[in-house]
Write a protein that binds this ligand. Structure first.
Ligand code: BGC
Length: 793
C-alpha cells in the first residue's frame, strides 16, 4: 500500500482516540465558542461534534499552526507583492518580499489552503506533505471551477438565460463530481454579483441584472456543489463571490469604486449573497472594490455586521487574490501590518496570495495590536469547514481522475447549451421565419471567426477544460449537412479583433453560393471575464463591416452572437432577420447550436440582462426608478407619446428602453397570456408585514401555446407598488416558471406572493410592507402587458 493512502485511516484513528475528540460536545460549549453568542446556523456546519473537534484541535495548535490555516498559496508560492506608488514602507518590508515555498510550508503544516492546483497527482503531493506535519491537518484545495471542470457548460450568464434552476443544480453537482476526482474540494463559485452595466467584463460570470433571478441561481449553484451532505466525497464547498457589490463598479470599469445607498445595496445587490448563505454556503470571497469608501476586504459593515451578525454566517471568508495587500493601494493601510489587522478584524479569515497574514500576525500580536481571540475565531471558522467537508476522513482525490470531457456528461452540457440560447429576433425572409432551417436547405455558408474556434467556446474560466474536447459549430454543421446530402461553405471572414479585410471576398462568395448564411460573430472569450471591461459594446474589430457586406448579398442571414455580455446590435436588429445570443456554450457548443438551428430543439432562453441600443444607456436595467418627469409611459418602456417631449427624462438621440429587454426571448412557436388575476383585491397590512408571511396573494394567468409546435416558455411575474415611503422600481421580477406546452395547449400558471415578494427596504434599512397599491404583470418578458391589481391596507 502506498504511504499516502494510509493517512486517511491513521488520521481517522487519531481523531477518535482522544487527541482530537470525536463525540459528545455539550450544546452550551458549542454556543460559547461561536462569536456573537449565536450557535452556527448553517445546517451543514452546525454540528456539536464538529465544534468539539475544532476545540480539541485548536488547543493543540501553536501560533504558527494557527496562522498556517489562514494563508493560501498556489503551487508557485507567492511572488513579491506589487506595491502602490510611493508606498515606501511596504516596498521596504523584507518579510513580505520573501519568496514562499508552498511545499515547504505544507510539510510544516503551515499552509491551510491552496488555489488552482490542478490534477490529482499535484494535490496528492501537497496533501501528503500536510498530512505528515505534526497535527496532520489536511489542505483544502480550491479552484476556479466556474462553469464546469473538464466538461464545460455555458458561462454563468448564458446559464442564467435558461432560467432553469434545476438544471443549474444538476450541472453544479456534475462539476463537483468531476473536480473531486482531482482533489478539489472547494469552488470559487458562484459569482453572484449583480451586473447592470454591460461594460463590466465579469457580467459573464454571474446571473445578470436582476436580484430575484440572481438569488434563485445562487441557491441552485450552492445546492448543486454542496448537496445535502457536505461531507460526501463528491461534495465541494461553495465560495460565494465577490462580497459585495463588485458588479456595481463605476462606469463598468474593472476593480473600480462602488458607491450606493443602503437601500440599493440591500434591495438589489445583497439578495443573491443572502440567498446563497441561506442555502448553506460554507464560504464567501471578499471583493476587490471599495463600497462607500471602505474596501470590501476591510469592511466590517459587510463582513461582520451583515454577514456574520445579521445573516448568521458561520463559515469563513477568503480574500480575493492579493486583496489584503491591495488595501495599501486603496490607501486605507500604510503598511502590511495595518492591512492585515484591518482585513482580519473585519472578518476576512483567509489571505489569498498576499503573503501578509503569515508575516504580519505574529508582529501584530506581539505589539498587542491584534487579539488572540480574533486569530482563534478565524482558525475556528476554517477548521469548521474542513471538518464539515469530511476532509480529515477523505483528504485525497476520490475515484478515477477525470482528465477530459466525459462522454457521459456531454448530453447534460449539450442540453444546458440549448437552453441557454436566446432567440432575439426571427423575422421572415421569403415569407417564412428564417429559423429553424428547413430540410430544403441544401447549402449553408458558415462565416465568421467563432465558427470553428474550439478554445473560444469554453468562455472565460474554462476550468481545466481542453480545446480538443470541444465540438465546434463547423464540425457539427458539416456532419449534419453531409447526412442530408447538403454542404457547408465555410469562410473565416476575419478575426475577432482585426482590421484586415483579406477574408471578406471569400466570405461574400460563400454567401452568394448558399441558400442561407450563418454568421458566427462576437467577442473572444478573453474579452469578458476578469479585467475584460469594454467602453464599446459593438461587434469587435471589423466584424460589423463583414456582416454588412455579407447581408448585402440579399441571402437570408442568421447571426449567432457569441459574447460574455450584452452587445449593441442595433444595425443587425434592423437588417438581419434572425439573431440569436449564444454566449459561450461550452464543450458541446456545435452540437447544441446545430440542434437548435435545425429545430430539433426550440429555443427557450430569456435574457438575464438588457441589451442596449447604445453604450451611453449603460447602466441599463428594466427595474428602473420613476422620475418626476417620465418620458411616455410611467414604466419608461416606451418613447414619449404626446405632451412635453423635451424636458423629460430621456436622451435626445436614443429611446430609453432596451433594444432587447430583460426577460425577452423568442421560440419557434408563439405564446399568449390571458386572464391575469389576483386571489384577493385587498390584503390587511397586519397580515402582510410579517417576515414569515407566505402565500398571501395568488396570481394566476392562462398561458397558451398559439403556434404549431411544442415549445417551452418562461412565464414571468413582475410587481410594482405605488404609494410607498420610498420610491419603488417601475417593475420587479417576483416569480418565474418554465412551462412546456404542446401546440394549442393551455395551462394556468400560479405565483404566490408573500412578505419576501411584497416587502422592500425603507430609509431605516428595515424590510417592510407598507399600505400601498400593487400592480402585477404576467408575461414573457419584462414588458409583459397583462396585469391585475390589489391593495395592502
Ligand atoms: C478573481 C477571483 C478568483 C481568484 C482566484 C481573482 O483574480 O477575482 O474571482 O476566484 O482570482 O483565481
Amino acid at each position: 500500500m502506498k504511504r499516502s493512502s494510509l493517512f486517511p485511516l491513521r488520521l481517522a484513528a487519531l481523531l477518535c482516540t482522544g487527541t482530537v475528540a470525536c463525540v459528545g460536545a455539550r450544546a452550551g460549549a458549542v454556543a460559547a465558542t461561536v462569536r456573537h453568542g449565536a450557535a452556527p446556523s448553517n445546517a451543514q456546519l452546525a454540528s456539536p461534534v464538529i465544534e468539539q473537534r475544532v476545540d480539541a484541535l485548536l488547543k493543540q495548535m501553536t501560533l504558527e499552526d494557527k496562522i498556517g490555516q489562514l494563508v493560501q498559496y498556489n503551487d508557485q508560492g507567492a511572488s513579491a507583492p506589487t506595491t502602490a506608488h510611493g508606498d515606501k514602507a511596504l516596498a521596504a518590508n523584507p518579510e513580505t518580499h520573501t519568496r514562499v515555498d508552498a511545499m515547504a510550508l505544507a510539510r510544516q503544516g503551515r499552509l491551510g489552503s491552496m488555489l488552482n492546483v490542478i490534477g490529482a497527482e499535484k494535490t496528492r503531493a501537497f496533501q501528503d506533505a500536510a498530512l505528515h506535519s505534526r497535527l496532520h491537518i489536511p489542505i483544502l484545495f480550491g479552484a476556479d471551477v466556474i462553469h464546469g471542470y473538464r466538461t464545460i457548460y455555458p458561462v454563468p450568464l448564458g446559464l442564467a438565460a435558461s432560467w432553469d434552476t434545476a438544471l443549474v443544480q444538476q450541472l453544479s453537482h456534475m462539476a463537483a463530481t468531476e473536480a473531486t476526482t482531482a482533489g478539489v474540494k472547494w469552488f470559487y463559485s458562484p459569482m453572484v454579483d449583480i451586473s447592470r452595466d454591460a461594460r463590466w467584463g465579469r457580467s459573464t460570470e454571474g446571473a445578470g441584472e436582476d436580484p430575484y433571478l440572481g438569488a434563485a441561481m445562487a441557491r441552485a449553484y450552492v445546492r448543486g456543489y454542496q448537496g445535502t451532505d457536505l461531507s460526501r466525497p463528491d461534495s465541494v464547498a461553495a465560495s460565494v463571490k465577490h462580497f459585495a457589490a463588485y458588479g456595481a463598479a463605476e462606469a463598468g470599469r474593472e476593480y473600480n469604486t462602488t458607491d450606493m445607498s443602503d437601500i440599493r445595496l440591500r434591495q438589489v445587490y445583497l439578495p443573491p449573497y443572502k440567498a446563497a448563505v441561506e442555502a448553506g454556503a460554507a464560504t464567501m470571497m471578499s471583493s476587490f472594490n471599495a463600497l462607500n469608501g471602505v474596501p470590501a476586504t476591510a469592511n466590517p459593515y459587510l463582513m461582520d455586521e451583515i454577514l456574520r451578525k445579521e445573516w448568521g454566517f458561520d463559515g469563513f471568508v477568503v480574500s480575493d487574490y492579493t486583496a489584503v495587500m491591495e488595501l495599501t493601494h486603496h490607501g486605507v493601510a500604510l503598511d502590511a501590518a495595518t492591512a492585515t489587522k484591518k482585513a482580519l478584524e473585519a472578518g476576512v479569515e483567509v489571505d489569498m496570495m498576499s503573503h501578509f497574514y503569515d508575516t504580519q500576525i505574529p508582529k501584530l500580536l506581539a505589539e498587542h495590536r491584534l487579539s488572540m481571540a480574533t486569530v482563534d475565531e478565524a482558525v475556528r471558522r476554517v477548521l469548521r469547514v474542513k471538518f464539515a467537508l469530511g476532509l480529515f476522513e477523505h483528504p485525497y482525490a476520490q475515484g478515477t481522475e477525470v482528465t477530459h470531457a466525459l462522454p457521459a456528461n456531454r448530453p447534460l452540457v449539450r442540453h444546458a447549451a440549448e437552453e441557454s440560447f436566446v432567440l432575439l429576433r426571427n423575422a421572415p425572409a421569403n415569407g417564412q421565419p428564417v429559423l429553424p432551417l428547413g430540410h430544403g436547405v441544401k447549402s449553408v455558408a458558415l462565416i465568421g471567426p467563432l465558427a470553428d474556434a474550439a478554445n473560444e467556446m469554453q468562455g472565460a474560466w474554462g476550468g481545466a477544460a481542453q480545446a480538443p474536447d470541444v465540438v465546434t459549430l463547423r464540425q457539427a454543421l458539416e456532419r449534419r449537412m453531409q447526412q442530408h446530402g447538403g454542404r457547408v461553405l465555410f469562410a473565416h471572414g476575419t478575426d475577432v479583433l482585426s482590421d484586415s479585410t483579406a477574408g471578406f471576398d471569400a466570405a461574400v462568395q460563400a454567401a452568394r453560393q448558399a441558400d442561407v448564411v450563418i454568421m458566427a460573430l462576437g467577442e473572444s472569450s478573453e474579452m469578458s471575464g476578469e479585467a475584460g471591461s469594454r467602453a464599446h459594446l459593438n461587434l469587435p474589430g471589423n466584424q460589423q463591416q463583414l456582416l454588412e457586406q455579407v447581408a448585402a448579398t440579399g441571402k437570408p442571414v442568421v447571426l449567432l452572437v457569441f459574447s460574455g455580455r450584452p452587445l449593441v446590435l442595433d444595425w443587425a436588429a434592423r437588417h438581419v432577420p434572425a439573431i440569436m445570443a449564444v454566449w459561450f456554450p461550452g464543450t458541446e457548443a456545435g452540437n447544441a447550436l446545430a440542434n437548435v438551428l435545425f429545430g430539433d430543439v426550440a429555443p427557450s432562453g430569456k435574457l438575464p440582462m438588457s441589451f442596449p441600443r447604445a453604450v451611453g444607456q449603460e447602466p441599463l436595467y428594466y427595474a428602473q426608478f420613476p422620475t418626476g418627469r417620465p418620458a411616455g409611459d410611467a414604466d419608461l418602456s416606451r418613447p414619449p407619446s404626446g405632451g412635453d417631449t423635451r424636458f423629460v427624462s430621456r436622451y435626445i438621440d436614443v429611446p430609453n428602453d432596451a433594444l432587447f429587454p430583460f426577460g425577452h426571448g423568442l421560440s419557434y412557436t408563439s405564446f399568449a397570456y390571458s386572464d391575469v388575476r389576483v386571489s384577493r383585491s385587498t390584503l390587511p397590512l397586519a397580515e402582510a408585514d410579517r417576515p414569515g408571511a407566505r402565500d398571501l396573494v395568488t396570481v394566476t394567468a392562462t398561458l397558451t401555446n398559439t403556434g404549431k409546435r411544442e415549445g417551452t416558455e418562461v412565464a414571468q411575474l413582475y410587481v410594482r407598488n405605488l404609494g410607498a415611503s420610498v420610491e419603488q422600481p417601475v417593475r420587479s421580477l417576483k416569480g418565474f416558471q418554465r412551462v412546456t406546452l404542446k401546440p394549442g395547449e393551455s395551462r394556468q400558471v400560479r405565483f404566490e406572493l408573500g412578505f419576501p415578494e411584497l416587502s422592500f427596504h425603507d430609509v431605516h434599512s428595515r424590510q417592510v410592507v407598507e399600505p400601498t397599491h400593487y400592480t402585477v404583470w404576467v408575461g414573457g418578458s419584462s414588458q409583459a402587458a397583462g396585469s391585475s391589481e390589489f391593495d395592502v391596507r
